[in-house]
Design a binder for this molecule. Structure first.
Ligand code: MRU
Length: 357
């Protein structure tokens, strides 16, 4: 399958047994197996979000939107009252704490519960369609900006480093940072991609590399620890990453390891770009200090494929995300255009327009 056509999150209306489901590409078994997991209960959806069956900020936002519909269907089957339904929707909303998209999408769909299932599903569908359109817009804006800033007056193809997975799997389709990379490739202006493997769960090595391989886009997978050296040796023109939450001052939470990439880019004097839809910009969060960083199971760093690799006495420290100071973010690409964050153009800092639609 062409990964541009992948849809990580879909709604399946009542199947033969009459029970609707949120259908998810199971990202825990890629790249070796491409299969879907259909969840029919709130417990199943929360578990899928926590285990990263579905992951990536916009994709878990989409899952949260459909999750409201899933909870309504379960409420009807099991006779929940409104308080129970609200409590179950709250569980979906809180399944992961860092990506603001999950909360934004649940909060957008939940008020429609009183209007019925059709209204709820229409809003959840709209979230998906808007994200898809935003990603294509970001791809064009990001590619224009990069070609203008990095290779003005030249037609040479670019070498781009990315961290984690920001592609079709992480979104409603196409991708954010990976959408910019896809756009460069489509324009014949991409030489190669350095995909950080993204420890400890290997979203780069398993998912980004899989998406790139599906489309024949040249790429290397490298250890996260190789990124700074690759950048400082001059082998990269720019780094592009996604975001789980962008605070009002431009501080950006993204997959752990991102800040090291940003520091290396600053040292090397190359652009460090964040590509994220406005649904990821959280003007209610003043700075990165206020972003809740998810701390995941110690086992993810103490074990490999279920086999203990660290000494039995060792403890694991496993923050899933880190915060890159806005001063290190050269530019934020949204569907509405490119904001030069390090230059002080982020809304809320310089007083320019609110990036939300
Ligand atoms: O833990 P994950 O895999 O959900 O983390 C994902 C990331 O950090 C992505 O870079 C981010 O959500 C942006 S996805 C377009």
């Amino acid at each position: 399958m062409n990964s541009q056509e992948l849809r990580a999150v879909t709604w399946t209306a009542a199947a033969e047994d009459g029970v609707p489901s949120v259908s998810l590409i199971d990202q825990t078994v890629l790249p070796h197996t491409l299969e879907r997991l259909d969840v029919t209960t709130v417990d199943g959806l929360v578990d899928a979000i926590v285990r990263l069956v579905v992951r990536g900020a916009p994709a878990i936002g989409a899952a949260g939107g459909y999750g409201v519909a899933l909870a309504m269907a379960q409420a009807a089957r099991e006779g929940w009252d409104r308080a129970r339904l609200d409590a179950e929707v709250d569980r979906i909303r809180a399944a992961r704490p860092t990506a603001v998209n999950l909360m934004v999408c649940v909060d957008r769909v939940r008020p429609l519960v009183d209007k019925g299932m059709a209204a709820v599903l229409a809003e959840a569908d709209a979230i998906v369609q808007e994200d898809l359109a935003a990603n294509h817009a970001m791809g064009a804006h990001g590619a224009d900006w990069l070609l203008d800033r990095v290779a003005p007056g030249s037609d040479r193809p670019l070498r781009i480093l990315t961290h984690c997975n920001t592609g079709a799997l992480a979104t409603a389709g196409w991708g954010t940072a990976l959408g910019v990379i896809r756009e460069l490739h489509a324009r014949g202006r991409l030489e190669t991609v350095y995909a950080d493997e993204t420890r400890p769960l290997l979203q780069g090595a398993r998912l980004t590399a899989w998406e790139l391989a599906q489309e024949g886009i040249p790429h290397y997978v490298q250890a996260d620890g190789a990124a700074a050296g690759t950048i400082l040796r001059g082998e990269v023109d720019a780094a592009i990453v996604g975001a789980d939450r962008v605070a009002a001052n431009g501080d950006t939470a993204n997959k752990v390891g991102t800040v090291a990439v940003a520091l290396a880019c600053a040292h090397a004097g190359i652009p460090f770009i964040v590509a994220a839809p406005t649904t990821t910009v959280d003007l209610a969060t003043a700075s990165g200090d206020d972003i809740h960083i998810e701390l995941r199971s110690e086992d993810e760093v103490l074990e490999w494929a279920g086999v203990r690799t660290a000494p039995a006495a060792s403890r694991g420290h496993n923050p899933a995300f880190d915060v890159t100071p806005g001063s290190l973010v050269t530019a934020l690409v949204t569907e509405r255009g490119v904001l030069e964050v390090a230059a002080g153009e982020l809304p809320g800092v310089s007083g320019t327009a609110d990036p939300r639609p």
